[in-house]
Design a protein around this ligand. Structure first.
Ligand code: MRU
Length: 345
């Protein structure tokens, strides 16, 4: 079955193309695709989370470099101008390493190519489309490996959205769910709401219900309650950046879920592609955590839920230490955190 892409490079009319993406800020109220055709718009799309989820923003970064090159065409210093704009896009969100990973892949083409500037743009487009297609294939492999650790009839708890919407298609943590569901349609999912942006409520339940998967929405404070009641068999979440020792950054609240899972002796898995592993950092201490606007905490759907005088701190991610992680499910198999370095061998 052909998978519909969350984000893709599309040729339009006589132009070289645009980045077409689902506007995730509108889901579940509206399903709409928008075209991004400038680097400023791409910076904004990533920053405001029109496109979100580590692998999806990686592809947005790859598209952003194409746009940067298109805008720099005709400039005397084509390569330097493109790199400057690419670095600007890279500064849009700090935690998910896939953004800088994909931008670097594109910049390597620019730096190493001796082709005319027009031709370099063609090469960047080709590479961006290759990365899109690879992402889907990688997620299917993650799903296949991961489905082996899902017991028959299991209830899987997930946090945030690591699904088709967070990737080009199929998903990482939800790729595991999808693959398990293909083999056993009796599996169930408990989805944490995931405050403040509610990716679990808005996006994960939207995806899973569309696929006919039995899904229960719970608020973030409820997961330990259901673990104690014996209603959760396994936890599977995505990741935004994984250190070499297996410490994994994911959406704020993941750490709390991992602690509760450990206490109740429930396996806790991270599902993520190799591109989410940052081989330049040894531990999670080095991961930069994005701080976002206070309005995300004090408002729901644009309406204030508390007095405006209250203090707010809004870290978007936390780091789950390797000691709480049963395994890291990748396209190369499942690694114990202490063996993760072997993926680079
Ligand atoms: O702030 P977001 O919505 O971009 O955060 C996304 C997450 O934390 C996901 O769980 C993570 O990127 C894995 S996506 C396959």
């Amino acid at each position: 079955m052909q998978i519909e892409k969350t984000i893709e490079w599309v040729k339009t009319g006589k132009t070289k193309g645009v980045s077409r993406m689902i506007d995730q800020t509108l889901i579940p109220y509206e399903y709409k695709k928008i075209d991004i055709d400038t680097t400023d718009k791409m910076y904004n799309a990533i920053k405001t989370m029109i496109v979100r989820g580590a692998p999806a923003i990686g592809i947005a970064g790859a598209h952003g470099v194409v746009l940067a090159a298109m805008e720099s065409l005709g400039e005397k210093n084509f390569k330097a101008e493109t790199i400057k704009k690419a670095n600007y896009i890279n500064s849009s969100r700090p935690t998910a390493v896939n953004l800088s990973w994909a931008i670097k892949k594109q910049l390597d083409i620019i730096k190493n190519s001796t082709e005319p500037d027009e031709k370099i743009i063609e090469l960047l487009i080709e590479n961006a489309i290759k990365l899109e297609n690879e992402d889907i294939e990688i997620n299917k492999k993650i799903g296949e490996y991961g489905s082996a650790v899902i017991p028959k009839g299991a209830t899987i708890l997930t946090h945030c959205n690591a699904g088709a919407l967070a990737t080009v298609g199929y998903g990482t943590a939800l790729g595991v769910v999808r693959s398990a569901f293909e083999k056993d349609s009796t599996i169930k999912v408990f989805a944490d709401e995931t405050r403040p942006r509610q990716q679990g409520a808005r996006l994960t339940t939207y995806e899973l219900i569309r696929d006919g998967i039995n899904t229960t929405l719970i608020t973030d404070g409820m997961s330990a309650y259901f673990m104690k009641k014996g209603m959760i068999d396994v936890v599977v979440v995505g990741a935004d950046r994984i250190a070499l020792n297996g410490d994994s950054a994911n959406k704020i609240g993941t750490y709390m879920v991992a602690i509760a899972a450990k206490y109740h002796d429930i396996p806790f898995y991270i599902a993520a592609p190799k591109s989410t592993i940052d081989a330049t950092i040894k531990t999670g201490e080095e991961i930069v955590i994005e701080l976002r606007d206070r309005s995300e905490v004090i408002e729901i759907n644009g309406k204030s839920i508390c007095t405006s005088e209250v203090n707010v701190i809004n870290p978007s991610f936390d780091v789950t230490p390797a000691s709480l992680i049963t395994g890291i499910i990748t396209e190369y198999g499942i690694f114990k955190p202490e063996d993760l370095y072997k993926i680079f061998e």
